[in-house]
Design a protein around this ligand. Sequence first.
Ligand code: THU
Length: 161
Amino acid sequence: MKKLKLTTEYKLFDDSSELDPQTRELMNIAIETRKKAYAPYSKFSVGTAILLDNNEIIIGNNQENAAYPSGMCAERVAIYFAGAKYPDNSILKMAISASSSLKGIDNPVAPCGACRQAISEYEVKQNKAIEIYFMGETGKIIMVNSIKELLPLGFDKSFLK
Ligand code: THU
């Protein structure tokens, strides 16, 4: 038996003024998109903006449903639309912002497990890592170079055949 340790590497930015201009703009689009989320049940709004290698920006926000499990997270709304509209383009970056009308969120909100799995699928598909930047409504921003930092020991197609 061996005991091993996995580590996660990430960058922490104090606020969006520390981001490069392109990423700051992407985060601003995520923030604006978050404000249009349909989240009447949780009151928790999430916005995502995705930058593709053709310079297109794809957005998504969470879409809730009275039948709660039928709703969808912002990250997957965006990444599935990117896959639907530009199946042959690579995703370079994702920016994510989350807020709640019930309380202030000033710390970074990471994508949920299901969204990590979905992002991982697209990294494998395009064979290229996706930079992910995430924040709350205000405050610090975390950046990871790849979804692998958030989903170590992940499941992918290599196990299927
Ligand atoms: N949500 C997202 O959009 N992304 C996440 O990664 C976590 C959760 C949404 C789903 C639901 O509409 C609300 O936030 C509360 O869970």
